[in-house]
Design a protein around this ligand. Structure first.
Ligand code: FMN
Length: 403
């Protein structure tokens, strides 16, 4: 049997196969955070794709932590809508694929990328693109208020029928920025203990609150690839340095975390690190092969160092028509335990099911141009602007015309 199709027992649940729909924010929810028409469509596609794990996109734990007015946000007020949404996804997967996928909700505070930036410290590199002032620095007292908000969101997620929550720290959002807050004074900056405190406190608070009722997992940016003291997991010369990342993962494991969705880089600053490019206007400072090799280095290191940790691999969409072979190869060599597809899953949502049914069409695969990102950056709803006519037209009207 192909390794991709092999079920995985995790936290008392069964993940029916190794395919993960990675979180892909669509900025298409209603103003109160309820999934909108396009959101529902995307996840219905995910449900009928046969993927074993659907890692739902960034869901803000509070209104001021939203990146955009269309960001997902589960609250007491829209709980019943979410409950219906999750139940309908499970029903579709059961009816059409005969499986029950695990559905995880990603909990986030967008920090510097919030509508009004809420930053951990002054960052000369990021601020070249998005200027801020000292007024945007969040106080220790504000940070103290966040753990209960994560707990509230996690309990709501449980009520809504999610199988688990992701306490997210990656891509330059608030928790990730705190990991590199070397220059921040006070209780959340400076030492390793202070910089990791909020993330670990929130993981612990969520775990204590939900017990064994739902899974608690994490998506962690193990290296920002932004030079120290302005990046985590990176040296002053901008080289990978996983010393602190390992220390942090040890702490997460002490708290009981057993699944890590690995990511690297900051898509607002060095997008090629997180999503290697094949086509498009952006000219990355490294080859895609270098970027892909970094993922393998990081993931292999983690699997070796933490054999008990279930690792989800990222960055696979680049492989285009070879993505299933590469995924199988990575599983076979033990680089990761599950394989995550981001851009690839919105370009060709049925890729896995088609592959299972012998109908895989290489021409439908993601071309790794990241027009989906460009839509987001231009404050539009986001989707595949190559293979989906709706987003293709939107890209033409709102992005291409600016060039
Ligand atoms: C449009 C877009 C939206 C994304 N939204 C999220 C998100 O909500 N949460 C997250 O952790 N990663 C997000 N990502 C990152 C992806 O999950 C994934 O890590 C990245 O695209 C690299 O994988 P790929 O090469 O398979 O696309 C997003 C990426 C893109 C392009």
């Amino acid at each position: 049997m192909s390794l991709i199709n092999k079920a995985l027992q995790f936290g008392g649940r069964t993940i029916p196969n190794r395919v993960v729909f990675q979180p892909m924010e669509g900025c298409d929810c209603q103003s109160d955070g309820t999934p909108g028409e396009l959101t529902v469509k995307k996840y219905e596609n995910a449900a009928r794709s046969g993927a074993g794990l659907i890692w739902m996109e960034a869901n803000a734990v509070c209104p001021e932590g939203r990146t955009n007015p269309g960001q997902m946000m589960l609250t007491e007020a829209n709980l019943s809508a979410f409950r219906g949404f999750v139940a309908s996804l499970k029903k579709i997967a059961k009816e059409e694929c005969g499986i029950e996928p695990i559905i995880i909700l990603q909990l986030t505070h967008s920090g510097r990328q919030s509508i009004v930036p809420m930053i951990a410290y002054r960052h000369p590199i990021y601020e070249e693109k998005r200027p801020v002032t000292d007024e945007n620095i969040v106080s220790d007292e504000y940070l103290d208020t966040l753990a209960p908000l994560y707990v509230r969101s996690a309990l709501l997620a449980k009520e809504a029928g999610f199988d688990g929550v992701d306490v997210k720290s990656c891509h330059g959002y608030l928790f990730q920025e705190l990991l590199s807050a070397f220059t921040r004074p006070g209780r959340y900056g400076g030492s390793f203990e202070n910089r990791t405190k909020l993330y670990l406190d929130c993981v612990k608070a969520v775990m204590d609150a939900v017990g064994n009722d739902i899974l608690v997992v994490t998506r962690l940016g193990v290296a920002d690839m932004v030079p120290k003291p302005y990046g985590f997991g990176t040296t002053e010369n901008n080289e990978l340095d996983l010393t602190e990342s390992d220390m942090l993962i040890e702490k997460l494991m002490e708290l009981g975390i057993r699944m890590l969705n690995v990511t690297i880089g900051n898509p607002y600053y060095n997008p090629h690190i997180n999503r290697p490019f094949r086509l498009g206007a952006y000219n990355p400072p490294e080859t895609a092969a270098e970027g892909l090799a970094r993922f393998i280095t990081v993931e292999s290191h983690l699997k070796e160092k933490f054999p008990e940790l279930v690792v989800i691999g990222s960055g696979l969409s680049y492989y285009r028509e070879d993505l299933m072979e590469k995924a199988e190869e990575q599983l076979a060599s033990g680089v990761c335990d599950l394989v995550g597809f981001g851009r690839g899953s919105i370009a060709y949502p049925m890729f896995y099911r088609d592959w299972l049914e012998g109908k895989f069409d290489p021409k439908k695969c993601c071309v790794a141009c990241s027009k989906c990102t460009a839509l987001m950056r231009n404050k539009c709803v986001s989707g595949c602007a190559v293979f989906n006519d709706y987003y293709k037209q939107l890209y033409k009207e709102k992005v291409a015309c600016k060039k």
